[in-house]
Design a protein around this ligand. Structure first.
Ligand code: DX5
Ligand code: ZN
Length: 216
């Protein structure tokens, strides 16, 4: 299981020491970009991202919760992202979604598609043989610390079944309310990457990461 700590919950007064723990114990860093429009909240721009990039070789997993993913994908590709995930709900048609996936790939980045809790898996079916990652939101995007939505398990199962049936390779990532209570079931349903913010950063960071990793 890949653990992708969401640095939305990082303690910025302890930036260096917490980042060192991530560097030694994780493979991914999950970086939430919010524009105050697609979601009500605002988060980070490229300069903060570059501070992480400069101090880490981990896979930088950028989650764009923005209304203009074309613009923001450029910004974060230039800043050094390894993967860019945008929301299915942010673009109007299949053509523009495919165009953005191609643009991300042309820049040697992994491309991901994300769905909000109320969006059906059916909506992204035509994209599944094009993407490297599917990010299933298990809370309404915008804030850390919300409760996990139980319907998520069914979506993961659908995505995992379809992947097996069609022999596809996308990774399945779950984001929102992930903790030591739901992680095992998420793994059983087919999850490859667990994003976790408040659960890992509350208390002992290394122990919490180990706790999620203990699933393997
Ligand atoms: C929510 C973000 C998440 C968030 C997860 O919109 O996409 O990545 O940081 O935080 P927790 O794990 O606290 O739900
Ligand atoms: Zn996220």
């Amino acid at each position: 299981m890949i653990i992708a700590p969401s640095i939305l919950s990082l303690d910025y007064s302890e930036f260096k020491s917490q980042l060192n723990i991530l560097n030694e114990n994780c493979e991914y860093i999950h970086f939430d970009v919010m524009d105050g429009h697609f979601v009500p909240n605002l988060s980070f721009g490229p300069d903060i991202f570059k501070a992480f990039r400069k101090n880490s070789n981990l896979f930088m997993d950028v989650h764009l919760m923005v209304s203009d993913p074309f613009y923001f994908s450029d910004v974060f590709i230039k800043a050094g992202a390894d993967g860019i995930t945008f929301h299915d709900e942010a673009l109007p048609d299949l053509e523009s979604k495919l165009e953005l996936i191609n643009k991300i790939h042309d820049n040697y980045c992994k491309a991901g598609i994300s769905i909000k809790p109320k969006t059906d898996v059916l909506s992204i079916m035509p994209l599944l043989d094009e993407v490297d990652l599917v990010l299933v939101m298990s809370v309404e995007p915008g804030y850390g610390g919300q409760a996990f939505i139980e319907d998520t398990y069914e979506k993961i199962k659908q995505l995992n079944d379809y992947r097996l049936r069609k022999n596809l390779n996308y990774k399945i990532e779950v984001d929102g309310g992930v903790n030591d209570k739901n992680a095992y079931k998420l793994k059983e349903c087919g999850t490859d990457i667990l994003v976790a913010g408040s659960f890992v950063f509350k208390g002992d960071l290394k122990a919490n990461i180990d706790n999620l990793k203990a699933l393997d």
